[in-house]
Design a protein around this ligand. Structure first.
Ligand code: HEC
Length: 110
């Protein structure tokens, strides 16, 4: 039984780390997410969390939690509900691969 659980959790974590298709994720971001989070993932203003450079597995977990209702937010639960698990992995892959611009700006100033 323990072995089975171990194998299953390995499968789950592999699918999270390996699963995202960045090109498909970019399309989804264009269609749905950019109006708030921006195509650059910086958030169009401070009301919207920055997604650029965020860990992909963190974003997938957050999106699943919005969809299931474990994490409650009126705006995001609606958008997450429209995403399949594959969509979530794709879009997380896209945003996680963008550089964090604010960190970049800070390092230029130094
Ligand atoms: C209408 C505006 C809007 C749109 C469109 C939108 N979001 Fe969000 N998103 C928000 C807001 C506001 C929050 C913060 C919610 C909260 O406090 O939990 C958020 C939070 C998130 C978070 C959690 C960030 C964190 O640091 O925990 C993720 C991940 C996310 N959005 C991804 C997406 C993706 C992917 C899409 C497109 C499929 C999308 N969002 C579309 C407004 C939006």
């Amino acid at each position: 039984m323990k072995k089975l659980i171990l194998i299953m959790s390995l499968l789950v974590s592999t699918s999270i780390f390996a699963g995202g298709n960045e090109v498909e994720g970019r399309k989804k971001a264009e269609q749905v997410c950019q109006s708030c989070h921006g195509m650059d993932g910086q958030g169009i203003n401070d009301s919207y969390p920055k997604l650029a450079g965020q860990f992909a597995d963190y974003m997938v977990i957050a999106l699943k939690a919005y969809k299931s209702g474990d994490r409650k937010n009126a705006i995001m639960s609606g958008f997450a509900a429209s995403l399949t698990e594959q969509d979530m992995e794709n879009v997380a892959s896209y945003y996680s691969n963008l550089a964090d611009k604010r960190l970049h700006d800070l390092s230029i100033k130094h």
